[in-house]
Design a protein around this ligand. Structure first.
Ligand SMILES: O=C(c1ccccc1)c1ccc(O)c(O)c1[N+](=O)[O-]
Ligand SMILES: [Mg+2]
Length: 215
């Protein structure tokens, strides 16, 4: 990954977006990524699919695994109902630093809490640390080889409940074949695939996978 993108997008947002205007911050990031350089945000096209599932779930407790620069956390934060909250896990302290700045610039620092660390190190204590029993909505968008491991960990830790919605990005590109095989063959998940395009690309296929947990 291009380690230099996060500081560039932060600088671009600070100089071109309206402080406290979360929708404008999202738009400024999307315009930059369409016109200047592609980044691995979920983006506007797949972001609209995320938005729709998020609104249908109308969650109180939201978990994101893979915050990056905070773009998808901002997308969800603007749709959060009163007293709902997003907890987002980010392993890279560089990404987490930039995400914190962008989330604060957009005025969403009270609705989004970044948890720094590796997902398998953060998840075992997240319930008591965050005062959450189960999550109502989970967005998985981190290292593709960790999707399956972390979903199983969420199940084993009792962090998801009957009806929890799990949305996974990039199930085509870069792809997460073991995750897809797991959720689609498990009787505990009701899956729906949403074909789309890779963020900020017109001609590379990607898709999101929605899995409703029904143990
Ligand atoms: O893994 C990559 C990747 C691989 C190679 C080069 C650049 C990015 C990627 C690509 C698109 C995504 O939406 C995404 O979330 C990721 N990611 O890192 O989590
Ligand atoms: Mg992604």
């Amino acid at each position: 990954h291009d380690e230099e993108f996060p500081p560039r997008i932060l600088d671009h947002v600070m100089k071109n977006a309206i402080k406290g205007d979360v929708t404008n911050v999202i738009d400024v990031i999307d315009k930059y990524c369409w016109s200047v350089e592609i980044a691995m945000n979920v983006g506007d096209v797949k972001g609209a699919i995320l938005d729709k599932s998020f609104l249908e779930a109308s969650p109180k407790n939201v978990l994101e695994i893979g915050c990056y620069c905070g773009y998808s956390a901002l997308r969800m934060s603007r749709l959060l109902k009163e007293d709902a909250k997003i907890f987002t896990i980010e392993a890279s302290s560089q990404y987490a630093d930039v995400a914190q700045e962008i989330i604060s610039f957009a005025g969403m620092e009270k609705k989004v809490q970044i948890l720094r660390g590796l997902s398998d190190e953060v998840l075992p204590t997240i319930a008591e640390k965050c005062g959450v029993r189960t999550f109502d909505f989970v967005f998985i968008d981190h290292a593709k080889e960790l999707y399956k491991r972390d979903l199983i960990m969420l199940e084993n830790l009792g962090l998801i409940r009957q009806g929890t919605t799990i949305m996974a990005d990039n199930v085509i590109f870069p792809g997460c074949p073991d995750y897809l095989e797991y959720v689609r063959n498990s009787p505990k998940f009701e899956c729906t695939n949403y074909p789309s395009k890779l963020e900020y690309c017109e001609n590379r296929e990607d898709a999101m996978e929605k899995s409703i947990y029904l143990p």
